[in-house]
Design a protein around this ligand. Structure first.
Ligand SMILES: Cc1cc2nc3c(=O)[nH]c(=O)nc-3n(C[C@H](O)[C@H](O)[C@H](O)COP(=O)(O)OP(=O)(O)OC[C@H]3O[C@@H](n4cnc5c(N)ncnc54)[C@H](O)[C@@H]3O)c2cc1C
Length: 402
């Protein structure tokens, strides 16, 4: 059997689904391949979706709660509250409803979806690319003009075409609990070597339950598992009261890739979302950046597909915005390392003492933007005397953007 499509997208996650919507809307024949039997499972996410990302897909019906601020805790328990009450910073969604809503819209626009389907191999043919697909146990050949990998952190497309690796791979672990003693509209962030080496742990209100999570890198974990960090958090002498009545209802873990890979496109092949390494180094969020990538590239792709001009050099021009995204990621990573990841607990205590000052909280509330953390990070380096000494070491790295 041989099928034809203009574009084959491997992975019907939020980014693959959003890409399929855009390409189908332009009249292209899009085939989405999804290895699972349903969309949106397994769930491996805290479900934070910023208002601007939500506007792009119009899936407000998937919102479980909305968050206006954060209570950030230092290793020794000092607390800083940031945010302006009533000003929503992020939504918390049911990922199953969110992902299914996106893919349903792609289908409405004309995309085809094959569940229980994975690519096995791919080869270039005259004027196209031929993909062998395992469709529910049957082998089917699909000939397409373009193959897109939106197949997540472990992307088959990225590995098959040797397109490089992300700079950082974080491991996330999360439990859904009921009866956490938190505050409505606020997410809690905990720091310190014990609970979140190099990063932070979170508790996010998600409607009737709470999402308790940790993330870190293999290097920072230094032999521990994320599950151990989670137990350190819920049994921590300073925080255990908040978890005293909580009951776990489910748990999950997954990888996050941060750092755009060195070869995001090849002849007739392009990577999107987690597959290309788009998660933010500061928060791990990958949905917003994935949508942004699609927004920045889809018009160029549509023309190139219609003209069947899909050489590596043509795709490199279309993928140019990824260079800027990579630069932004690098800057955000440098600032994250400076304020958080490279600090020991004593240094973090000092940073928190400065964060807690009213003028700094005011600055965070005025300039702070989950989407653009670099602006705030640089402003603090310039204007907060306590942080100025760090500016020297940051300056060269920021200028180089590496
Ligand atoms: C613990 C944790 C918490 C997170 N919290 C947030 C958050 O709050 N906000 C946020 O924005 N991001 C968060 N992320 C990151 C977020 O989950 C991803 O950035 C986002 O899902 C990326 O979307 P995607 O479509 O690129 O990839 P994915 O969502 O991974 O989708 C890829 C799809 O491809 C399918 N697939 C994979 N391989 C194949 C194959 N070979 N053949 C066919 N199909 C395949 C998968 O089944 C999946 O459906 C979190 C991640 C983790 C691990």
């Amino acid at each position: 059997m041989e099928e034809r499509a203009d574009v084959v997208i491997v992975g019907a996650g939020p980014v693959g689904g959003y890409l399929a919507q855009k390409l189908s809307s332009a009249g292209l024949d899009v085939l989405l391949l999804e290895e699972h039997l349903e969309i949106g499972r397994p769930f491996q996410c805290a479900g934070l979706v910023t208002p601007s990302a939500m506007t792009k897909v119009g899936l407000e019906s998937s919102i479980l709660s909305s968050v206006w601020g954060a209570r950030i805790h230092s290793p020794k328990g000092n607390q800083v509250i940031v945010g302006n009450e009533g000003e929503i910073k992020t939504h918390v969604v049911c990922r199953k409803m969110f992902d299914q809503g996106i893919v349903a819209k792609a289908i409405e626009k004309g995309s085809r979806l094959w569940l229980d389907s994975q690519p096995i191999s791919a080869e270039y043919i005259d004027d196209g690319i031929k993909i062998e697909v395992n469709r529910g146990g049957r082998e089917v050949s699909v000939v397409a003009s373009l193959l897109c990998g939106a197949d997540g952190a472990h992307s088959w497309v990225r590995r098959y075409f040797k397109m490089g690796n992300s700079k950082e791979i974080m491991i996330g672990f999360q439990a859904e609990v009921v009866n956490y003693d938190g505050a409505d509209g606020l997410l809690d962030m905990y720091t310190g070597e014990n609970v979140a080496p190099g990063f932070f742990a979170w508790v996010i209100p998600s409607g009737k339950s709470w999402r308790v999570g940790v993330w870190s890198t293999v290097k920072d974990l230094n032999g521990r598992s994320c599950e151990e960090l989670y137990y350190s958090l819920i049994n921590h002498p300073l925080w255990k009261e908040r978890f005293a009545n909580s009951k776990e209802v489910s748990r999950y873990c997954g990888p996050l890739t941060s750092g755009v890979v060195s070869r995001p496109v090849k002849d007739r092949v392009a990577l999107f979302g987690d597959a290309v390494g788009l998660c933010k180094p500061t928060t791990g969020g990958g949905i917003g950046p994935g949508f942004e990538q699609v927004d920045l590239m889809h018009e160029g792709l549509i023309s190139a597909i219609k003209e069947n001009k899909l050489s590596k050099s043509k795709l490199q021009v279309i993928a140019k915005p990824l260079k800027h995204m990579k630069k932004d990621q690098n800057r955000a990573r440098i600032l994250r390392n400076l304020y958080l990841s490279d600090c020991n607990d004593d240094e973090l205590e000092e940073t928190f003492a400065t964060f807690a000052k009213p003028n700094v909280v005011e600055m965070i509330n005025e300039v702070g933007d989950i989407e653009k953390p670099v602006t705030l990070g640089i402003k603090m380096l310039k204007e907060v005397p306590e942080f100025r000494k760090m500016a020297v070491s940051a300056t060269w790295a920021l200028l180089r953007g590496d």
